[in-house]
Structure formats: C-alpha cells, structure tokens
Design a protein around this ligand. Structure first.
Ligand code: ADE
Length: 419
C-alpha cells in the first residue's frame, strides 16, 4: 500500500479515535448506508486535501463505502492527527500527511494525491484545486469537478471563475446554510475556545477579547466569548457587519484602539496583515494573539519576529516574543488556524462536522452524477441536499419539525390582494 505517515504503528489508537467520531456522526452514517447500497462512486478516484483528523476520516470511509478509491493529504501543515493518518493508511487509503510538514513537504503531498489522477477533488482552502490549474494542468481533462469546504477557498474559486481560469465545476459546500450557520458559527466558536483554553490554560471570564472580523466565524467567536464572561471588542471593515456587531452589544472600534485594549486577539477575516507592527507595538504586556482564519497571513508574523529581541517556546504551541521594552506577546500555533493547528486542538465538534461532511459526501455524489453536464463555475449546493442534511440532523437530535397546513401553504403561494 502507498502512504507516507509519521508512524504506522499509531494506527490502532487512530482507529479508536475515528470510531469514536463515527459514533457521533449519525447523519453521515445514514448517508453512508445509502451510498454503500448505491455505490455512486464505483470505479472513481477521489483526491482530498482536508484536515486529516478523526471526523475527516469518517468522511473518507464514506467515500470508500460509496465505491471510491481515495487519496488524502492535509490542507494545513499542522492539522494532521498522526494516529488518524496511520489508521486510514491501514484501512487502504492512500495517505500523505503528518503533523509538522515543511512547506515543501506540504506541496509534495498535494502532488502525491494528484498522482492518483482523481476524478473528483475535495478541498479545504482551494490549494489542491489551484495546483491542478497551475502546475498539474494535465489533470484538467480528467477532473469532473470538486467540492470546497471553506470561505477562503470559495472566495479564491470565485476569483478564478471571474478571471475565466476555473476549468471544472465546484460545489461551494461552505456557502450552504446547513454548513455556515452551524460549522462557521458554532463549530469555530467552540473549537477556537477549546484550543485557546487547552493550549494556554488561561481564564476567559473578565478578559478583554478582540475579535477581528464579524463574518459567520467572528460572530460565533464574539458570542461565545461573551457567554464565557469576556468583554468583547469587534473590529470590522464592513459597515453592515460593524453595525450588526454594535447592535449585538459589542464594542466596535478600529484596530488602532483595539490593540491597546485586548488581552486576547482572535483574527477571523480571511484577509492578510490585519494585525500589523503598529498594532503589536501598542499591545499590553502578555497579550495573546491567535488566528481562526484558514491561512496564517492575518497576523503579520514576520513583523512580530522583527520586533522581538528574544523569542522562545514557553509552552507547546505558545511562542513568546519579547519586545525591546520588555513587554511580551504570545503567538499561538504559529498563527495558523488555532482550532486545528495546535497539538491539543481538536477541530470542530463531531456533531458539527457531521453536517458539513454529510454535505461534502452528497456534493461529491452530485458531481459524480452531474459533473460532466455542468459549466466550469462555482455552484451552490442544491437546496434539496441542504434540506436533507438539516432534516436528518433534526431527526438525530430528536427535534420535531412543525408541518404547515394545506391552507397555510396555499396562503403563502397566493399573491392576490385580500387573499
Ligand atoms: N475537522 C475537519 N475539517 C475541519 C474544518 N474545516 N474545520 C474544523 N474542524 C475540522
């Protein structure tokens, strides 16, 4: 079997981790039961660049049960759980992933996944799709389509489509309501605090937390921070979102002022250098900086390194930067997405990834069925798929849905005055 993992002997432990996740992902389990009967991916190859951790492995098992041969690497050099990678390799999946890949290894692993000549790609951040369009163009004829997990990836793909560069259809799983209302908002909020607290052991209550960005992720983090007793400040460039944050009860201000207030800074913008040198110069001694966006570009880490007269790792995933005047700033998980990149970070809760990966499984089935007929564009996940995932989730948590009466349905469909 072909794989490159840290240590294949970790497989038994990884299997237990995957089995645990699987028991908490009932929606995906139901979809797997359906797909394993239909085998819609029979004879197909799926190439994935996803955070190679336990919940992702449950999705990989689902693709395999649907008949596909799967190759996977991680979409972040720090987010692989080595036990899980080993277990997947033992289960016959081509795995090229380990925690702590160098940049060269990261790209080599993406290329290894593409070497299987996949028909469908499953991406998180769009690095795999971008690689096919830049350096592996020989595969463009082969790939029927792809699905993309995250906001950053979907934004990149929309830019590619606008430039006329996108050569196959991509399902924007990120944009479907059953994903972003839950995964981006509740999932990131819980996983970010699980990680921040797990890595630092710091108290959140009473702390000044600065949330940079008030999209779905920022909203979730700000709301959880408030729930944990923090005093929350939001920094936002979009007037509607800034207003929303203000009416949600948060202090909203510019980064210059926020820099002086924060004990903990969390970036969630998807944009680069939202925390820059001038902000770091203004921060309090002991401020903690971390990122919950996809790429490690939001905090200007080169500037932080330049400012520091001394640097050292004070705890696992906590780097101390001592400034000239003696103040110390702390960077978590190298400024990579803190909820997955920290050694003790677990990613989103299982029940959340249950929905996101159910959408992925059904989107890949959709591409396998319709990819050949679709224009090379970014597509919304069909509303029926979204609804199916939400209904299965409701069922799994025992929440009842009210049914509209016939009369109500007719009323909603009518447009004549007085009806
Ligand atoms: N686990 C696997 N993929 C993830 C993602 N995109 N976000 C959080 N946790 C995950």
């Amino acid at each position: 079997m072909t794989y490159e993992v840290k240590d294949i002997k970790l497989a038994p432990r990884g299997k237990l981790m995957i089995d645990w996740a699987e028991r908490h992902m009932p929606v995906l389990a139901e979809i797997r039961r359906e797909l394993s009967k239909k085998k819609p991916l029979k004879g197909m190859k799926v190439g994935a660049a996803l955070h190679t951790e336990a919940k992702t492995a449950v999705l990989v098992r689902t693709f395999a049960a649907a008949g596909a041969k799967v190759a996977i690497t991680s979409c972040n050099p720090l987010s692989t759980r080595d036990e899980v990678a080993a277990a997947l390799a033992k289960e016959g999946v081509e795995v090229y992933a380990w925690r702590g890949e160098t940049s060269r290894e990261y790209y080599a692993n993406l290329n290894h996944v593409l070497d299987i000549k996949p028909h469908v790609l499953v991406d998180d951040g769009a690095d795999l799709i971008s690689l096919v369009h830049s350096k592996r163009t020989e595969l463009l004829k082969r790939v029927q389509g792809a699905s993309e997990e995250t906001t950053t990836g979907v934004n990149r793909l929309r830019m590619m489509a606008a430039d006329g560069a996108l050569k196959f259809p991509v399902m924007a799983v990120n944009d479907s309501p059953a994903k972003r209302f839950f995964d981006n908002r509740f999932g990131t909020a819980e996983s970010a605090f699980q990680a921040i607290m797990g890595i630092t052991n710091t108290l959140i209550a009473g702390k000044n937390i600065v949330v940079v960005g008030y999209g779905f992720v920022g909203r979730g983090i700000a709301s959880r921070a408030k729930g944990l007793g923090a005093i929350v400040t939001v920094v936002e460039t979009d007037p509607i979102k800034a207003l929303e944050a203000s009416m949600d009860g948060f202090r909203v201000t510019g980064m210059a002022k926020a820099s002086r207030l924060g004990d903990i800074f969390v970036t969630t913008t998807g944009n680069l250098k939202v925390i820059r040198e001038e902000h770091m110069r203004a921060m309090k001694d002991g401020a903690i900086l971390c990122n919950a966006g996809h790429f490690n570009v939001e905090i200007d880490i080169p500037a932080l390194r330049k400012l520091a007269v001394k640097r050292c790792e004070v705890l696992e995933d906590v780097e101390e930067f001592q400034l000239k005047d003696g103040r110390r700033l702390y960077l978590l998980a190298e400024g990579r997405l803190v909820n997955l990149a920290g050694k003790r970070s677990l990613g989103h809760p299982m029940e959340i990834m249950d929905m996101s990966f159910a959408l992925q499984a059904l989107s890949v089935e959709y591409i396998a069925k319709h990819g050949g007929e679709l224009e090379p564009k970014v597509y919304e996940v069909p509303a029926e798929i979204d609804r199916k995932v939400a209904e299965l989730k409701l069922k799994s948590v025992g929440v009842e849905l009210e049914k509209p009466t016939k009369e109500q349905l007719e009323y909603l469909r009518s447009w004549r005055a007085g009806t």
